[in-house]
Design a protein. Sequence first.
Length: 372
Amino acid sequence: MFEPIRWFHPLFDALFGFDIPFTYRWRLLLLQPISVLTCAMKWVPWIFSRRYSSIHIPLRRRPGQSVRAIVFLPPEGSKSTLETSRGLRPLHLDFHGGGFIGGNPEHDAEFCSALSDELGAVVVSATYHFAPRYTFPVANEDAQDVAAFLTENAERLWKADPRVLTVSGFSAGGNLALGVAQGLAGTDYNVKGSVTFYAPVNIFLYSNQVDLRKPPTEKPAPIDKPDPLEVLKPLFDAYSGPVRTTNMENPLMNPILADITTLPPKMAFVVPKIDILYEEQMLMIERLKRETEQLNTPARTVTTGADSESISAEQTHHTPTNKDVHQIRHLEFPDGFHGWLEIPEAAIGNTDKKKAFAFAFDFLKDVYQSHA
């Protein structure tokens, strides 16, 4: 399918999605111009680029259907000569954001291209089916099917090592990336590291230990100002909302509930403070850091004759079940807001973007080097 046709899915679903609740359908008409504008802004600059190739990945759980992905290969003369222990390039899988209701792989093309340039990784940016036509767990299953395709074919197609797989995602894509990690946990292709940017983990935990899985309309606003997209908020809940009550304890929907052993051993989070998702992200980070300390400490190893106090904990802490050191890092941006890294630099400058991307690349470089 010609890519721009997909930009009009809100219109098609609004007019012909007779099985979609009317409360979503009329809002999809309002979403349509926003969808075209944002997709065009991300796609048009890459029209004549030969930096990536486009492929369609077949879906196991939906025979006859596929999702589009774009593939960035390290350019000739790449700055990095990183190779895995098998003499292959690292493999990275990224998912774009869009509230589970839109977007395209080019949304993250700048990040993916720079990652491939800087670290010499083979980077795949994939899309998925959108709400409200497709609700949970369809997008998560699409993401896991994409990952399965890569584990089976990346070495043959691009000389990339599926055993050194990392993932990333912006906003909703971060949720999907963590779902991929859960799906591959315990296999030969377990995800080695993840970087998420303002990812929804869909849960608020309070000191009285009461769990509340809240829809977007009930999450606290970071600033006391009118939200220009207030009318569209029900759409942002269209993916999980219809099945929330039956999935309250589902870690695929709510990654904060995931067992740490099903998540990547190395995780990095980019967190803007002006975001309704700030609190839930920080709660997840704090929980993971506590559990990482507990996991790492019991299996601490010290070289014979060495002074234990002089040995870096980061170098010597290992889990009993995974030889990889567990690490949790995060970077906060006090003036950042949800999606600000995806806004054109002409509007907000590039200082924060450079800092966030450098943080992500440094983190992923450490992951790759540990498997070099």
